[in-house]
Design a binder for this molecule. Structure first.
Ligand code: SF4
Length: 455
């Protein structure tokens, strides 16, 4: 399908082709789904809400519940006050959530709806909560939307805690349910009682029980969020997605805070492990040391098949940063590292990482760009592997390059969301997937005399 992509790269200002991001409300919706008994509410037209639910549902293979203010012509001209007022009443009457998390869309932002004042005027049932995040989709990306909803949760739910509690707050950023479980397990190995915000474990991967329930048993509990300011420390993961919520927490509650990369790969998982050690004062458990040792051994054993291989890594900035680090640990060259999210810090942190390995001159790093651009780069200088979301499969087909799916969205494979990418276990899993792709390609292309059973 992409055979006609031209090799020649010309500067484009007015058009994005095959974007490497989606819109802000998708992130706000996913973030809100990680709060226990929360109904995400899209303040705009039904079409937007359907799209956001669909993309989440296709990735997680679970229904993403959400409601909509259902704008039609009237609300588009005169504002959505009455739509939101009616919606809030209906949602509490019919779906009985503990909290409604409202986010805006292009339409409600463009007409200038004053959503906060609408909510202030709405009669909210006793014990229930309504929060709101501004998520204009013509700026940022779904990662910014996720971050904005995090800030709304902190600003509108967390209160000054007069007494410190013994918990440690963890901001995982946009990760999968399987990652949330792994992050909590690692924290518990240090004797830490974590508050993971948001917590997708058991929300977007609910077990099959034969009975459908709107709200899974998972998600961060509201009392925990209210008390999060009294935690003894905060570990925020993801320099792009978690930076704003972490700095808000520092400002509001003066929490001892560590902002670290998503714990993807060995070095970045080490950072998480050391942060847990610092927050708990406990020693690193022997079993965790062994788990790390096994991944290092795997790296050494397999290096003949990964060393020097060129890879294009693309997708959301924090997962791309982590995957780039893992590829470098495998001896690979991250030839192209791109994200659609418009954050210049991405180029700085990836550039610094590449410099540590001395390969920065060989690599192209770009934020706020698209897959069309990456395809053009590949046409000029090919790579051995693509590492990113499902949208790269068209480039993989056109250029006959193996692809390993990771990040958001993965629309054409299963089981990725219930397993971890983070931690030493996640590193092992990703190394296996990458090696599988590279070694299968070596087998496929081998001549008869070079085709070996033992590799
Ligand atoms: S109109 Fe805006 S909010 Fe709606 S789907 Fe499109 S980009 Fe997203």
């Amino acid at each position: 399908m992409l055979d006609m992509t031209p090799k020649e790269v010309v500067e484009r200002k007015g058009a994005t082709i095959n974007p490497c991001k989606t819109c802000e409300p998708v992130g706000a919706m996913y973030c809100a789904l990680g709060i226990h008994k929360c109904m995400p509410h899209s303040h705009g037209s039904q079409g937007c809400c359907s799209y956001h639910r669909t993309v989440l549902g296709r990735h997680y293979k679970e229904p993403a519940i959400a409601t909509s203010s259902s704008f039609t012509e009237g609300a588009s001209v005169f504002g959505g006050r009455s739509n939101l007022t009616t919606a809030v009443k209906n949602i509490f009457d019919i779906y009985d959530p503990d909290i409604i998390a409202v986010h805006t869309t292009c339409l409600s932002e463009t007409i200038g709806d004053d959503v906060q004042s609408y909510i202030t005027d709405i009669k909210i049932p006793e014990g229930k909560r309504v929060i709101y995040a501004s998520t204009p989709s013509y700026e940022g990306s779904h990662i910014q939307g996720f971050s904005n909803m995090m800030c709304a949760i902190i600003n509108q739910l967390a209160v000054e805690a007069p007494v410190k509690n013994s918990k440690v707050a963890l901001f995982p950023g946009w990760v999968e349910p399987g990652d949330c479980r792994e992050l909590k397990q690692l924290a518990k190995a240090f004797g830490i009682d974590p508050i993971l915000l948001p917590d997708q474990d058991n929300t977007m991967d609910t077990p099959m029980t034969g009975r459908y329930e709107y709200y899974g048993n998972g998600g961060t509990r509201i009392p925990d969020i209210e008390q999060i300011g009294g935690s003894r420390a905060l570990i925020a993961m993801g320099h792009i997605g978690s930076a704003e919520p972490a700095s808000l927490m520092m400002k509001k509650f003066k929490l001892p805070t560590e902002l670290i990369p998503l714990p993807v790969g060995i070095a970045f998982t080490d950072r998480y492990v050391m942060a847990l050690k610092g927050a708990s004062g406990a020693e690193v458990p022997k079993e965790l040391e062994n788990e790390r040792g096994r991944v290092v051994d795997l790296l050494l054993d397999s290096s003949p098949y990964s060393n020097g291989k060129k890879v294009a890594v693309y997708g959301d900035p924090d997962i791309v940063y982590g995957m780039t680090s893992l590829c470098l640990e495998m001896g690979m060259i991250p030839k192209y590292v791109i994200t659609g999210t418009p954050k210049r810090e991405f180029e700085t942190i990836i550039g610094d990482l590449l410099s540590q390995y001395g390969v920065q001159e060989e690599c192209t790093v770009k934020s706020n760009t698209d897959l069309f651009y990456m395809h053009q780069l590949i046409k000029n200088d090919p790579v051995d592997l693509l590492l990113g979301n499902s949208y790269g499969k068209y480039i993989a087909k056109a250029e006959d390059i193996p692809i390993v799916r990771i990040g958001f969205p993965v629309l054409d494979r299963y089981a990725g969301t219930i397993q971890p990418v983070v931690g030493y276990r996640g590193a092992t899993r990703m190394i296996e997937k990458i090696l599988e792709a590279l070694m299968s390609r070596q087998d496929r292309d081998a001549s008869d005399e070079d085709f070996e059973c033992v590799m």
